[in-house]
Design a protein. Structure first.
Length: 365
């Protein structure tokens, strides 16, 4: 009995002492719940207004400038409140993006046309590369895997090259190799006619890779896979017949920019498809429109690269008499410049935009 009373007294003591500490542990949880409830109320109170503002952005060309200004003031007010009370919430990210879209809509007409074009290449396209870095990685991965499959297939069965490239092309290339002119295929037609034909075809290929993203990105992946298989098969076929290094020094004069363009077009298609598949915190329709805009920006930006590659293929690739060192240097320079503009420079642009946004409270990036 004495032991029971002792335990009871100790129990009362234990029960009495921890209570204040229990409150300290529960209070943050209660606060988080209160914040979550307030955030839900905030969203419910304003969701219809935000949907209307999305429509304002989409129809900005038809909207009165005063209406755009009022919409911008409304969204920045909500954004300021959300940043203050829910700084790490996804709704703050949503409002920030919506405010940025309204900001760009308001002020884009104030830029001169020349400045607008320059800004596209200096800022907008590099930012699109940065925002699409995941899609660029996936596009590169699909392409490299398909190239590897093409190389492996030719190594296992030489006739696989006929399946991919066609008997006519393989037979012509074999005749050129036997005649000691393996790259003669690039010197059989007029430069300008060849340029127009290649540029038109490659622009079509790039645009089709992008537009196939409408099929949830699967279509883009298939088109990338087809092109990668072809590149891997062609290159492995030439190595198989002993002219691999000569083909590298010739084909990759234009191939670096051309293949980079295909990969960027693939990223554009994936950006288009991801809007359907992964809307995140946004309504699916709004996410698709944003993905389509970003993808279209990449597709438009890559077009000059495709034309440049076609020009090099038509006017330069045919000159196999050029020194090997000169051709290798050109290929290396092309690779470095493409990596810099697509991968490295966008990181700098991102930091610059963030710094400008921090120094200018009226600018939202």
């Amino acid at each position: 009995m004495r032991e029971v009373k002792t335990v009871a007294r100790e129990g009362r003591g234990v029960a009495a002492r921890p209570y204040p500490f229990a409150c300290l542990h529960l209070r943050p949880i209660d606060q988080e719940r209160q914040i979550a409830v307030k955030e839900i109320v905030f969203i419910r109170q304003n969701i219809e207004k935000w949907k209307d503002l999305e429509r304002v952005v989409d129809q900005a060309a038809k909207e009165d400038p005063e209406r755009l200004s009022d919409a911008y003031m409304a969204i920045t007010t909500d954004l300021a409140f959300s940043r203050s009370h829910y700084p790490t919430s996804r709704i703050t990210i949503y409002l920030n993006n919506l405010a940025s879209a309204l900001h760009n809509t308001l002020y884009k007409n104030k830029r001169e046309d020349r400045g607008r074009i320059l800004d596209f290449w200096r800022t907008e396209l590099p930012m699109a590369f940065y925002e699409s870095r995941r899609e660029l990685f996936y596009s590169l991965l699909v392409f490299l895997v398909s190239v590897a499959i093409g190389v492996f297939s030719v190594a296992q069965d030489t006739d696989f090259s006929r399946l991919v490239l066609g008997d006519k092309y393989v037979d012509m290339t074999l005749r050129n190799i036997a005649a000691g002119r393996p790259m003669d295929v690039y010197d059989i037609s007029n430069e300008w006619m060849m340029f127009l034909r290649i540029a038109t075809n490659n622009l079509y290929v790039g645009f089709s890779i992008f537009i196939f993203g409408l099929f949830t990105g699967v279509g883009t992946g298939i088109r990338l896979f087809q092109n990668g298989i072809m590149v891997g098969t062609f290159q492995a076929f030439l190595f198989r017949y002993g002219v691999g290094w000569e083909s590298v020094l010739s084909i990759w004069l234009h191939g670096v920019v051309e293949i980079a363009s295909i990969i960027i077009a693939g990223a554009a298609g994936f950006a288009l498809g991801n809007g359907w598949l992964f809307p995140g915190t946004y309504p699916r329709g709004y996410a698709f429109r944003q993905g389509a805009k970003r993808g279209l920006k990449l597709a438009v930006g890559v077009a000059p690269f495709i034309v440049l590659a076609a020009f090099v293929e038509s006017f330069l690739t045919r000159h196999t008499e050029l020194p090997d060192l000169l051709r290798a240097a050109y290929i290396l320079l092309s690779l470095v410049l493409m990596i810099f503009y697509v991968v490295v420079y966008p990181l700098y642009v991102r930091r610059r935009v963030e710094a400008e946004a921090a120094n200018d409270p009226d600018r939202l990036a």
